[in-house]
Design a protein around this ligand. Structure first.
Ligand code: KG4
Ligand code: ZN
Length: 336
């Protein structure tokens, strides 16, 4: 039996999970509220919150899983990418735990783990599998030939899709992270009320900074005529922005699936919790004959279960790290 304790601390969520032979026994997530008032994650506060949360979160994950520490097979942690002060807390904890218990250490790439979230529950994707990973920091099209054999075939040249949601929310006066709130308001709005640009990008590239600027100018212009424009039209603005972001994402995903002749297609990352994107995926699946994969909500946004499942496959492949391994803030994709 392979029992893995995994730690995720790349941004502002402190999470620990225990999996046994690939089955999730616990997945504890402590979300940090402290950043809400600042309209974004404050790195130093995130590090401090991780330090105060990490022991209770790990302790709870082990207790919920009912796996004693001496029954663990390996310890895993998020190595990159992320905020370096946040990553250091998880890495330091995992290394100390591994050393104290004489356990192997497994280092996991956060973006690979978002894709691997699809290998937690059944049914699991078959290969080749095309995954659109959309989070607060990344927007990537990933082609998977096997669990650990992945290649990024396209990504954003500027903002991530989650950032487009969060920055729009900030302009609308909504707290951070605004993605889930835009999703909620959009449900009551008209997605075709306002039109925003979705400039064509070459190949499998994405761009969201032009959209952000267009939204800013649109809001400034409307507010000049009517200072209450946002409050009076919040649902329609949210629905129209969300519609545009989803259109940009789905166009590239459909193009890549067609070009590469892939029929197992999924979404991952925090933005895959968006109800409009989930619905668009189901529609595209029907239209294109895809097998669609959408992770359970708890495995969309940052969580340690996805780190644990990635570590499970890496451990099976003999990919263990030595205790000198350091985390890295860089996003460089690590194959395998
Ligand atoms: O994957 P994640 O938890 O963290 C990163 O690795 O970045 O993604 C967080 C992002 C944030 O931008 C957040 O606003 C967005 O995911 N998000 C959503 C929704 N839930 C989370 N965006 C749109 N609709 C949602 N329901
Ligand atoms: Zn993430």
């Amino acid at each position: 039996m392979i029992n893995i304790l995994a730690i995720e601390s790349s941004c502002d969520d402190t999470s620990a999970a225990v999996i046994s032979d690939g089955r999730v026994l616990s997945n504890v997530i402590a979300t940090q509220q402290v950043h809400e008032q600042y309209g974004g994650v404050v790195p130093e506060m995130a590090s401090r919150a991780h330090i105060s949360n990490i022991i209770p979160v790990v302790d709870l994950a082990l207790r919920q899983a009912a796996v004693p520490a001496d029954a663990l097979t390996a310890v895993a942690f998020t190595q990159s990418p992320g905020l370096i002060g946040s990553l250091l807390v998880g890495a330091g904890f995992a290394k100390a735990f591994a050393q104290a218990r004489n356990l192997p250490l497994v280092a996991v790439h956060h973006m690979q783990a978002h894709v691997m979230a699809h290998f937690i529950d059944d049914p699991k994707p078959e290969f080749p599998f095309l995954c659109l990973t959309v989070s607060g920091g990344h927007t990537q099209l990933v082609l998977c030939k096997a669990q650990l054999d992945m290649a990024v075939i396209g990504e954003t040249i500027d903002d991530a899709a989650g950032e487009a949601f969060d920055k729009t929310a900030k302009m609308l006066g909504l707290p951070y992270p605004g993605g889930p709130l835009i999703d909620q308001y959009a449900a009551q709005g008209d997605p075709l009320k306002y039109t925003f640009p979705s400039a064509p990008m070459p190949g499998y590239q994405f761009s969201f900074s032009g959209l952000k600027t267009a939204i800013l100018y649109f809001l400034q212009k409307q507010q000049k005529d009517n200072p209450d424009f946002i409050a009076q039209n919040l649902a329609d603005i949210c629905a129209s922005v969300q519609y545009t972001i989803i259109k940009i994402l789905m166009q590239k995903l459909q193009k890549a699936a067609k070009d590469l002749d892939v029929s197992n297609v999924g979404i991952a990352g925090g933005v895959s919790a968006n109800s409009g994107l989930r619905a668009a995926m189901l529609r595209a699946g029907e239209a294109n004959g895809w097998k669609v994969f959408i992770p359970a909500f708890e495995y969309c946004t940052d969580n340690a279960a996805m780190i644990a499942i990635t570590a499970h496959y890496k451990f099976l492949a003999g990919q263990v790290a030595d205790l000198h391994t350091t985390p890295s803030a860089r996003a460089n994709w690590q194959h395998g």
